[in-house]
Design a protein around this ligand. Structure first.
Ligand code: NDP
Length: 264
């Protein structure tokens, strides 16, 4: 399940995204890498973006293996100029933008713990990447999406669907993203569909502290009916679906991909 090509080889039919150009923020590793490769496997031209040039260049090269053009663009989603340039460079290179995946996100140790100890900086930092980053990219790219009848896919979290203790900034940012998805869906309709995917626990760098703490890991498995962490590629499937015409009447929706975690 680890390697995107394997999952997508085994899929009976992949939607044809060969006429689409997709920007994926946080596309250098983890879930964003898998989404980039999943979209490329469906034929899309992909633009992975993040701050670390070496990582997105590696992913762009991997994605090129599926046959469509690719371009890595360095951008920090907290910087409006970077975000504007990401859209401009994509249009200058490929002539259009059809899909925006707002995936960049983090949950630093400084924003975990007792809510009375949280600094302003820690709160702001989380909201600035996880929530305001999506505002910025849709503000920059929304008109281009309107021209192509494109779509936005926000990578939220189960932390956007339920409350979690001692993670207030992250939970607030992800609930914000779910709300933003609904409001954007109203205002960008009928030209642009806006949806979200809410992953459960996925085996990436972000969740390494949870995977390495046996007590926490076991409590997550106990609550997850499928009894495991997801592989990043398992989040790419819903994103590819939402980017395709198979989802043409779906907007404002958040699809949980959580192994059943929110069933309990
Ligand atoms: P990773 O830490 O593995 O990857 C995060 C990506 O975001 C990296 O490519 C990173 O690149 C990029 N990024 C971080 N900050 C910025 C920034 N300021 N500007 C641009 N890019 C940035 O995380 P995951 O793959 O695990 O998470 C991806 C998304 O999925 C996040 O939004 C996360 O909240 C969400 N999610 C993850 C879950 C999980 O279990 N892993 C569960 C639910 C949701 P760089 O540092 O080079 O900029």
């Amino acid at each position: 399940m680890n390697e995107p090509s394997k999952l997508f080889e085994s899929a009976a039919v992949l939607p044809d995204l060969s006429d689409r150009v997709a920007i994926v923020t946080g596309g250098g590793r983890g879930i964003g890498r898998a989404i980039t490769l999943g979209l490329a496997a469906a034929g899309a031209t992909v633009v992975p973006s993040a701050r670390t040039a070496s990582e997105i260049e590696t992913v762009a090269a991997e994605a090129a293996g599926f046959g469509a053009p690719t371009k890595a663009v360095t951008a920090d989603v907290t910087n409006s100029d970077d975000v504007d340039s990401l859209v401009t460079e994509t249009i200058d290179t490929f002539g259009q933008v059809d899909v925006i995946v707002n995936n960049a996100g983090f949950n630093p140790a400084s924003a975990l713990g007792d809510p009375t100890d949280l600094s302003d900086d820690a709160i702001t930092a989380v909201l600035d990447v996880n929530l305001r980053g999506a505002f910025r990219l849709v503000r920059a790219g929304g008109d281009a999406l309107s021209e192509t009848n494109g779509c936005v896919i926000n990578i939220a979290s189960v932390a956007g669907l339920v409350g979690l203790p001692r993670q207030h900034p992250y939970v607030a940012s992800k609930h914000g993203l779910v709300g933003l998805t609904k409001s954007m869906a109203i205002d960008w309709a009928p030209a642009v569909r806006v949806n979200a995917v809410a992953p459960g626990y996925v085996a990436t760098e972000l969740t390494e502290p949870l995977q390495e703490n046996e007590r926490l890991r076991q409590s997550i498995l106990d609550r997850t009916p499928l009894n495991r962490f997801a592989e990043p590629i398992e989040i790419a499937g819903p994103v590819v679906f939402l980017a395709s015409d198979a989802a043409s009447f779906i907007t404002g929706e958040t699809i949980a991909a959580d192994g059943g975690w929110t069933c309990r």
